[in-house]
Design a protein around this ligand. Structure first.
Ligand SMILES: [Zn+2]
Length: 545
C-alpha cells in the first residue's frame, strides 16, 4: 500500500528527462501560486476587522473613488499604487504594520492625498492597535524536521529505510502538518523574536525577551530543519540532491538520479547502492529533475500563499554540518579538496574512505553562498550543527564535553568548531545559533554556568542561541548575563516517524496531538511498526480506525 503526494517526484516517474512535462507542471504551479497570492491579497484587503469602530474601514478597491471625488488617478499612477499596495499588503499580512506603513510613506511622501494609500495606512494603524503581546515567551513550541522524503517508495525500501522511517518526514506529511498548524492559528517566528541581546538600563548587554505582537488567537512557533546537506549516503534513496536558484530567482530543489553499478553490492560491501563514479571518484549523474522536494521551497510557497503564517517574514532555521558540504554542494576542502602535499600534511591523519576530489569545488562554494544569500533574503536563518555532526555529550561519558560540568574532555571539540568556522560560516554569513546534533547538550537542564568551559568557548566564537531536543511541548531557558551577555536555550520537538508513530499507538497522550491529527498525516507508505517505538499490547491493525 503506497501513496504519493502530488508534489512527489515519483508521481512524475518516467518523465525525468522530459522537459516539456516539467515545464507544463512549472507553468501550472506558477499559475496556481499567482491565483493563491491574488486570492490571499483580496482576502486581506476585504477582511473586516472584528469589532468595527468608526475609524475602521475596509480597503476601497484601487479604482473606486472616495465620496465627493470624481477624479480618477491616471492609469500609470494607479498601477504604480497597485504594486506598492500589493507589496505593503504582504508586509501587513505578516503583522508588520509599521513596516507596511513605512513602505508607503517612503514611496509616496504625500500619500495622504492619495485615497487608497491613506485608507491602507489607516487600516494598518487600526489592525496594529488590535495586536496583543504573546503572554509568555517560555511558552513557545519549537518543531524540527530533517530533509524530507520526496520518494517514499525509494526511501522506505533503501538500505537506510529504518533510519529514514524513524527520523524523517515525507513531503506529504510535511504539507499536511503545515495545513493543520496554519488552520490552528500557528505563526512562524524566529529565535530572535523570542529574545535577543540588547542594552539594559545599566548599560550592559543582556539577552532579553522581546514582545511578540500578534492578533488574539494566533500562536507563535519556531521551526528548524537539520542536516540540509543532502549527504552522500542519501544519493538515489528518494531525497533531493541540492538547493538551486531557478530562472525566476526562486530557491528550488534538484534531484539527481545516479547511475548504479549492476549487479549491486556483489563486492561484499554493505551500505547504499554502489554508484558509477567518474575519474575523480564522483558519482555519475544520469538525469536531474527540478521541483519543490524539500522544506525550503515548500515552505516558501506556503508562506507566499499564506503570508499570515509568518511573523515579519520569518521562515525556518537551517542547521548545517560541514563534512559533506552544505545545501547539496560538496564545498568542504577537508573532504573534497585536492589531496596535494599541503592537504596531506594538514588533514591526512583523519582521512576517510568517502572522500573524493571535487574539481568544481570553488564554483560550488560560490553557488552554495548564492543559494544561502537568496534564502536569507526570503527570511531563512542558518545555524551551526557542528562540522562533523559531533555528539557533544553522551550518557556514558564518551562525548567531547562532560555534560555535568561543561568541561571539554576531547580536543575534537575545538578542532570541529574551528573547521565549522572556516568551512561553513563564510558561505552562510554570520550566525549565533547552535543546534546540537542528536540533541546532545553541553550542560544539564539546570542551565549553563560561568564555569561551563564548553559554553564559554562557544560564546567566544559567537553563539548565543542553543537548541537541544526535548519532548516537552515548550522548553525555553534564558540567562541575561551568564558568560557575559547570556543565552537563550530552547528544546525542540522532532515531527518525524518516531514521534508520529508514538502518537498513533498512544492516542491518549499528547505527543503531536496539539499540532495535527496524526491519523490524517501519517504516511501510509511507511513500514510499521516504526522500530524503537514500544508497541507491546497494541493492536497495530486498528491504528487508523
Ligand atoms: Zn543532525
Amino acid at each position: 500500500m503506497t501513496q504519493y503526494s502530488s508534489s512527489s517526484p515519483r508521481s512524475r516517474k518516467g518523465k525525468y528527462n522530459k522537459n516539456n512535462n516539467t515545464k507544463y507542471t512549472v507553468i501550472l504551479v506558477i499559475i496556481a501560486v499567482a491565483l493563491l497570492v491574488g486570492i490571499g491579497l483580496l482576502v486581506f484587503f476585504l477582511a473586516k476587522p472584528s469589532g468595527k469602530r468608526p475609524d475602521d474601514e475596509t480597503f476601497p478597491s484601487v479604482k473606486k473613488t472616495e465620496q465627493g471625488e470624481t477624479e480618477e488617478p491616471d492609469s500609470t499612477e494607479a498601477s504604480a499604487y497597485d504594486t506598492l499596495l500589493q507589496k505593503a499588503g504582504v508586509t501587513a499580512a505578516m503583522y508588520d504594520y509599521d513596516g507596511a506603513i513605512e513602505a508607503v510613506v517612503n514611496a509616496v511622501p504625500n500619500y495622504e492625498s492619495v485615497p487608497e494609500l491613506s485608507a491602507f495606512v489607516r487600516e494598518c494603524t487600526a489592525k496594529k492597535s488590535k495586536l496583543v503581546k504573546w503572554a509568555d515567551n517560555t511558552q513557545i513550541t519549537h518543531v524540527f524536521f530533517h530533509t524530507l522524503v520526496a520518494d517514499s517508495e525509494k526511501a522506505f525500501s533503501s538500505f537506510k529505510k529504518n533510519d529514514y522511517n524513524q527520523v524523517m518526514t515525507t513531503i506529504d506529511e510535511f504539507n499536511k502538518i503545515m495545513d493543520s498548524m496554519y488552520a490552528k492559528g500557528y505563526v512562524l517566528v524566529h529565535l530572535e523574536d523570542i529574545a535577543k541581546i540588547e542594552t539594559a538600563a545599566d548599560g550592559t548587554q543582556q539577552m532579553t525577551y522581546q514582545p511578540i505582537m500578534l492578533p488574539p488567537g494566533k500562536t507563535p512557533f519556531v521551526m528548524s530543519v537539520d542536516d540540509v546537506s543532502y549527504y552522500e549516503y542519501m544519493n538515489n534513496t528518494g531525497f533531493a540532491s541540492r538547493l538551486v536558484i531557478d530562472e525566476n530567482g526562486k530557491v528550488v530543489n534538484e534531484m539527481d538520479i545516479y547511475e548504479e553499478v549492476v549487479p549491486k553490492q556483489t563486492d561484499g560491501r554493505t551500505g547504499g547502492p554502489l554508484l558509477k563514479t567518474d575519474e575523480y571518484g564522483r558519482p555519475v549523474v544520469e538525469s536531474t529533475v527540478r521541483g519543490n522536494f524539500d522544506v525550503v521551497p515548500l515552505l516558501d510557497a506556503f508562506v507566499e500563499a499564506h503570508p499570515d503564517f509568518s511573523y515579519h517574514g520569518a521562515k525556518g532555521t537551517i542547521a548545517l554540518t560541514g563534512y559533506n558540504g552544505i545545501l547539496g554542494y560538496r564545498t568542504s576542502y577537508f573532504t573534497y579538496g585536492k589531496k596535494d602535499e599541503a592537504w596531506m600534511s594538514k588533514y591526512s591523519k583523519w582521512e576517510k574512505d568517502w572522500q573524493y576530489y571535487n574539481p568544481d569545488i570553488e564554483a560550488d562554494r560560490a553557488k552554495a553562498k548564492a543559494v544561502a544569500d537568496a534564502m536569507k533574503a526570503e527570511g531563512w536563518k542558518f545555524a551551526s550543527h557542528t562540522w562533523g555532526h559531533m555528539t557533544m555529550s553522551r550518557d556514558d561519558g564518551t562525548g567531547v564535553v562532560d555534560k555535568a560540568t561543561g568541561t571539554i574532555i576531547n580536543e575534537r571539540f575545538q578542532r570541529d568548531t574551528g573547521w565549522w568556522e572556516t568551512e561553513v560560516r563564510p558561505r552562510i554569513g554570520n550566525t549565533d545559533i547552535l543546534i546540537f546534533p542528536q540533541g546532545a547538550d553541553i550542560g544539564s537542564w539546570r542551565g549553563y554556568t560561568d564555569t561551563n568551559e564548553a559554553y564559554l568557548y562557544l560564546k567566544s566564537v559567537g553563539f548565543n542561541y542553543f537548541c537541544n531536543v526535548d519532548s516537552a511541548i515548550c522548553w525555553v531557558q534564558l540567562s541575561k548575563t551568564v558568560g557575559g551577555t547570556g543565552y537563550l536555550r530552547m528544546g525542540r520537538r522532532n515531527l518525524d516517524g518516531t514521534m508520529m508513530f508514538k502518537q498513533l499507538v498512544n492516542p491518549d497522550k499528547n505527543i503531536v496531538n496539539d499540532l495535527f491529527d496524526v491519523k490524517q498525516v501519517f504516511d501510509r507508505a511507511r513500514p510499521i511498526p516504526v522500530i524503537g517505538v514500544n508497541v507491546e499490547g497494541k493492536d497495530l491493525t486498528k491504528l487508523f480506525d
